[in-house]
Ligand binder design. Structure first.
Ligand code: N01
Length: 539
């Protein structure tokens, strides 16, 4: 950790990169390769981003490990060996630490520095960036590699501070781990983090009480050790394999069959057989069993009914099973993938509190009080998610031209051009920002595509003696409308998901990711080919 707590002289660099996760590490790598002086800041004490902070039991990726890695270096891809079909958090963190060492990326970063403010100075066309640990930097460009799911959403439940036991948010889990043996543990939330943590917490806790506001759909992950033969086969043409798959939703393996067609054109028997196949294969590609599951409510219902049926089969207590049945469309909130989630409900010491019928009134020193009952607890786990997609950027006091705060500009929802830039904030780039596919693509290829686009753009500016790029308001306007229009053709806007910001009280309800990674990549390429259409380039 460098310089924590000390005010330092202003450093001058070409580009500031905020965050040292997948995005920040690769951005530092690409930009320094271009010969730019880069200063990175990272709030954590090490690299890893999401995979540095989310150390809760069971934390694991929902994209297969052979797909969830960088593609920029064939040597890196060849030499790194994954041990499981879906990598667990420690292994992904080890991978990122390896990448940081192998490409000597730590030298760019100052750790233990949370960026607090970034202000654009029109007279010098530079950004003044400062951190809570006293660093000050002036740079021409700022890249926010702050992640889509990095600002924890801590619910405002009355009395939370008065709880006597420990309270841990899944996204701020202590690095040394938490010993739950013999404890009465409460979990608030039933999203992806909870679905992964609950089976493991149940292994060791004396009692586990789960407070559920909205039941979730989960498909078995079917995680397993990675078969060396499979890895050898894939890596025989790894580049080709990644190229075939990188534009696919969920980074799905392209050779998985059967898929495609309309769920509504299949007979009930055919549908059942196909859903069985995908249930057995496991993972997010379940949603790609048919082409229309995410666009047709009727098609979606066939998949939702299938999962509800499986829940009723697995959970032995029929009343409990009923409480676990989701009602929203499947995939509208991100589909969870699990290892033994529904099975865990058959354990005697695991209890469900259905907050729709029995809401939390408050938290007291000894536990959680609901309308009907009080639950005595020793430890509380907040699996309550994140202020997604905009939370981390808006946590920074970002001011563009004329001192205009980003918080003011985005007061009714984020506005970007291509999810990369926002008008009025020259030379500021978002990596996987709102308005880009990000969380609806495989994040790592989405990050590489953004960083490559930005790096090419900076090289283009440099070669022409230009120093400034800014999105035009009309291009931004059209893009925001397009993002919404596309979302309107799908089932995504129909429920209270974090994609819409609906999980955070008071957050404007706007669908934030762009749906369609392939189309998006083409559009970004076209914009660049046309000399950065929709942007103003200035000296
Ligand atoms: O967060 P979430 P997450 N009172 O927002 C509930 C990725 N991820 O950390 O649905 C009571 O999904 C909330 O209820 P509701 C993945 O993209 C991936 O689990 O809003 N409950 C919900 O049940 C994922 O989607 C992996 O009604 C409250 C839960 O808390 C994203 O991260 C693993 C509440 C939050 O679920 C976020 O997942 C983990 C309140 N006041 C995460 N506030 C994998 O790769 C919130 N909730 C597998």
């Amino acid at each position: 950790m460098a310089g924590a707590g000390m005010a330092t002289a202003e450093e001058r660099v070409d580009a500031v990169v905020v965050g040292a996760g997948f995005a920040g590490l690769y951005a530092a790598h690409r930009l320094s390769e271009l010969g730019l002086a880069v200063r990175g800041f990272e709030a954590g004490l090490g690299v890893g981003g999401t995979w540095y902070w989310n150390r809760y039991p069971g934390a694991r990726c929902d994209i297969e490990s052979l797909e969830y890695s960088y593609q920029f270096s064939d040597e890196l891809a060849r030499e790194w060996k994954w041990s499981e079909r879906y990598a667990a958090q420690p292994e992904i963190l080890a991978y990122l630490e390896h990448v940081a060492d192998r490409f000597d990326l730590r030298r760019h970063f100052r750790f233990g520095h949370r960026v607090g403010a970034a202000r654009y100075d029109e007279s010098t066309a530079t950004w003044a960036v400062s951190t809570d640990a006293g660093a000050r930097v002036r740079a021409r460009f700022v890249l926010l590699a702050t992640g889509c799911l990095s600002k924890p959403n801590i619910p405002k439940i009355p009395g939370l501070d008065s709880f006597r036991g420990a309270v841990h948010h899944t996204g701020l889990w202590p690095a040394e781990g938490v010993d739950v043996r013999g404890l009465r543990v409460g979990v608030i939330g039933t999203g992806s983090s909870a679905v992964q943590a609950i089976p493991l917490l149940a292994e060791h806790a004396r009692r586990l009480v789960v407070f559920q506001r909205t039941p979730t759909y989960s498909v078995p992950a079917r995680n397993r050790p990675l078969d060396p033969e499979e890895e050898r086969r894939v890596k025989a043409d790894y580049r080709g394999f990644r190229l075939r798959n990188w534009r696919m939703p969920f980074g799905a393996f392209a050779d998985q069959e059967p898929r495609g067609g309309s769920a509504l054109e299949a007979s009930p028997e055919e549908r059942r057989a196909r859903y069985d196949t995908w249930w057995e294969k496991g993972g997010l590609p379940f949603l790609a069993a048919y082409d229309d599951l995410l666009v047709s409510p009727e098609a979606n219902r066939t998949a939702a009914d299938y999962i509800r049926e499986r829940i009723r089969e697995i959970v032995r207590d029929p009343a409990l099973a009923e409480s676990l049945l989701p009602e929203q469309m499947v995939g509208c909130k991100r589909l969870c993938i699990d290892s033994g989630y529904y099975e865990t409900w058959n354990r005697e010491h695991v209890a469900l509190v259905d907050l729709r019928r029995n809401p939390i009134l408050g938290i007291e020193a000894g536990g959680v009080r609901t309308r009907a009952e009080r639950f005595d607890l020793d430890l509380l786990v907040l699996a309550t998610g994140f202020d997604a997609m905009t939370g981390a950027a808006l946590a920074i006091d970002l001011r563009g031209r004329e001192g205009r705060p980003l918080r003011e500009k985005w007061a009714s929802g984020p506005r970007t051009y291509l999810g990369l830039c926002t008008a009025g904030f020259p030379n500021l780039f978002f990596i996987t920002g709102p308005g880009s596919p990000s969380v609806l693509a495989n994040m790592v290829p989405a990050i590489e595509q953004h960083v490559n686009w930005i790096a090419d753009c900076l090289a283009h500016l440099g070669a022409r003696g230009l120093g400034c790029i800014e999105a035009r308001p009309e291009a931004e306007e059209a893009w925001v409308e397009h993002v919404n229009q596309v979302a309107g053709f799908t089932v995504f806007p129909t429920c209270n998901s974090w994609y819409l910001g609906a999980n955070v009280p008071g957050k404007p309800r706007v669908f934030m990711p762009y749906i369609g990674f392939g189309t998006y990549v083409d559009r970004c390429d076209e914009v660049a080919e046309k000399g950065y259409e929709g942007f103003d380039l200035r000296r």
